[in-house]
Design a protein around this ligand. Structure first.
Ligand SMILES: Nc1ncnc2c1ncn2[C@@H]1O[C@H](COP(=O)(O)OP(=O)(O)OP(=O)(O)O)[C@@H](O)[C@H]1O
Length: 324
């Protein structure tokens, strides 16, 4: 469904010298800086896949999604989405994909969402009956029926994002590019959006490429992730494999000693123990040592509580970036 080959985008930006004199200098001589926001990025995504697109701030994710949407042109390389070349900006292509930018609005602030939806119906030339059935389905799934006639600027962030998703899906796109769709949402709204996306992907076999800085989004929705760093793809594969193959693999053991049971300077034979303000002691240990360390802790002193957790995905990803 999506074929990307050596996609590269170089931005040339003017570097202004500071102050008024710097501005005058710039009238005569301009200093430019070139930034390769995407460098030789290649990947394939099959129909119905739900792929996470990860990378730190400025990695080139939005730039890549904008190239796939035909909003900006690549400097070199090619992309094909459902057989279309996005750079040609054909109307037929616009009907089969949607781009949702969590930090931007496509809905009109001063109109109720339903009026923007009606406008989109006319833009896409959707028949009234299919528009109604799609709208009813989306509104019901997202639970925003009572907010359709409220001005968009008066909606909460979560309600607005749900309306943005409805606007993006009214024409039943086959490919969905989602750039931070849960940014700034509270945990309940994040969960609702995630659940909606998961069900929608399964039910309609829509191909989804999702960027998010919330690892819960990625862990709950994506089996596969593409990781990009400084414009270059550094990982493409199963999320499980990324977690398992990381040097940060292992477990986190956290326990609360009974008062006075462990000396202040207690440490494990298997690794450094860190004590927090509440008295909890935390150890990062290789998965193979988990039983031995647990036994060591339980024989060392009385323990009020103990938990064993996976290393957070955030740490696995951060390690991937710092090792480059
Ligand atoms: N229009 C532009 N002109 C000049 N440079 C740009 C432009 N758009 C993006 N860049 C630069 O390209 C790089 C990649 O930006 P991009 O927005 O694609 O990153 P991102 O991975 O989406 O980051 P974030 O997670 O912060 O959204 C950054 O260094 C950014 O400053």
């Amino acid at each position: 469904m999506i074929e990307v080959r050596n996609l590269t985008r170089v931005f040339r930006t003017y570097k202004k010298r500071p102050g008024f004199l710097g501005g005058i200098y710039g009238l005569f001589k301009r200093d430019f800086e070139e930034i390769a926001a995407a460098k030789d990025v290649s990947f394939d995504i099959s129909e119905g896949e739900f792929v996470g697109f990860l990378g730190p701030n400025g990695a080139g994710k939005t730039t890549t999604l904008k190239m796939l949407s035909g909003l900006i042109f690549p400097t070199s390389g090619t992309a094909r989405v459902a057989g279309f070349d996005p750079t040609r900006r054909e109307s037929a292509y616009r009907r089969i994909f949607a781009l949702v930018l969590g930090q931007k609005n496509q809905l009109w602030w001063d109109l109720p969402a339903i009026e923007s939806f009606q406008l989109l119906r006319h833009i896409y030339g959707l028949p009234a009956d299919s528009f109604k059935s799609t709208l009813d389905e989306l509104v019901e799934r997202l639970g925003v029926g009572h907010k359709l006639n409220v001005m968009v600027r008066e909606l909460s962030l979560g309600e607005r994002m749900k309306m943005e998703l409805i606007a993006a899906l009214l024409h039943r796109p086959r490919v969905l590019f989602l750039d931070e769709p849960t940014i700034g949402l509270d945990v309940v709204s994040q969960k609702a959006v995630r659940q909606f996306l998961r069900e929608y992907n399964r039910q309609h076999n829509v191909t989804i490429l999702l960027t998010s800085h919330y690892m819960a989004d990625i862990q709950e929705l994506c089996d596969r992730v593409i990781v990009i760093h400084r414009g270059t793809k550094i990982y493409d594969g199963a999320l499980d494999r990324l977690e398992a193959g990381s040097g940060a693999r292992g477990k986190i053991i956290k326990f609360l000693p009974q008062p006075g049971a462990f000396p202040e300077n207690w440490t494990s034979r298997h690794g450094k123990a860190v004590r927090d303000e509440d008295g909890h002691i935390t150890l990062s240990v290789p998965a193979a040592d988990i039983v031995a360390v647990s036994q060591e802790i339980l024989t060392a002193g009385a323990v009020a509580d103990i938990t064993i957790e996976d290393v957070p995905l955030e740490d696995v990803i951060a390690e991937l970036f710092t090792s480059r």
